[in-house]
Ligand binder design. Structure first.
Ligand SMILES: [Zn+2]
Length: 267
């Protein structure tokens, strides 16, 4: 039997202008400007036959994001819908039977209702935290729920509940695709997705790190984290484990993989 081998395609499912302070350890950052970031999802296609897997689903509605989250303009385009992005690779919304959600923030879990046949793989601690987030209602951004959209969470609890699969800790989802829990980093139940390709190991980060150079290579933690030590150790582990690091909101890295993560001989 051949070793598991996946092709990974980036899906651009929106764009947002957000404070650059999200990129670096908040309390020590002097950065005040806004930057444009991609909202990414990822399509995993097995090269030797089998079902595709979708990682993350984008946001619900650009206008709603602006009103609710208080971050800056969000943009969508007809060619950036989940449907349009999947169709570039020959798939329809109904073809997706497995979705891994790295975490449940509004820009990752907003498109679940669009996928009529998918089951949704989520860390139990993430759904628990998202349902009753630890946050002051006085905070000016984050919609009173620290970037969890109550509509997304309500939808997962019901009507999508029969298709939600809660996992606890690390778990292989398909040969060569593994969820790895990084507890209390970007969120309480953030998970990365480790994917074997013929060119090496890819790690889809969710938002555990935002900018590869700053957060992973320079080991400067990102702005939003729950446990600084856990986050610092996560950066180290990801740097060690990954040949390809795939973040959600880093245009520089995202554009490198416009044609998909390269396949070829392991370097
Ligand atoms: Zn995000």
């Amino acid at each position: 039997m051949s070793t598991p081998d996946w092709k990974i395609y980036p899906l651009l499912v929106g764009e947002a202008d957000v404070p650059q302070v999200l990129d670096a350890f908040w309390s020590l950052s002097r950065e005040k400007s806004l930057i444009s970031v991609p909202i990414a999802a990822w399509l995993l296609v097995p090269l030797h036959g089998g079902e595709p897997i979708l990682v993350d689903t984008g946001f619900r509605d650009a206008e709603r994001c602006v009103q609710l989250q208080g971050l800056g303009p969000h943009r969508s385009k007809p060619e950036w819908t989940l449907q349009a992005q999947l169709s570039k690779y020959g798939f329809g919304l109904e073809d997706i039977q497995t979705v891994i959600l790295t975490h449940l923030h509004y820009d990752h879990a907003g498109g679940c209702g669009l996928l009529p046949r998918a089951k949704f793989i989520i860390q139990r601690t993430e759904l628990q935290a998202a349902a009753a987030p630890l946050v002051s209602p006085e905070l000016e951004f984050g919609g009173g729920a620290l970037f969890y959209d109550r509509k997304d969470i309500a939808e997962l609890i019901d009507p999508l509940w029969s298709r939600v699969r809660l996992i606890e800790g690390d778990e292989e989802i398909a040969p060569g695709v593994k969820c790895v829990l990084f507890a209390n980093t970007h969120t309480p139940g953030s998970q990365a997705v480790y994917v074997q390709t013929s060119a090496g190991n890819a790690v889809i980060l969710g938002d555990i790190a935002r900018k590869v150079e700053q957060n992973v290579n320079k080991a400067i933690p990102p702005g939003l984290y729950y446990d600084l030590e856990a986050t610092y150790r996560a950066m180290k582990k990801i740097k060690r484990d990954a040949d390809f690091i795939l973040p959600s909101h880093d245009y520089e890295e995202f554009l490198k993989y416009a044609e998909g993560v390269p396949v070829g001989d392991k370097h």
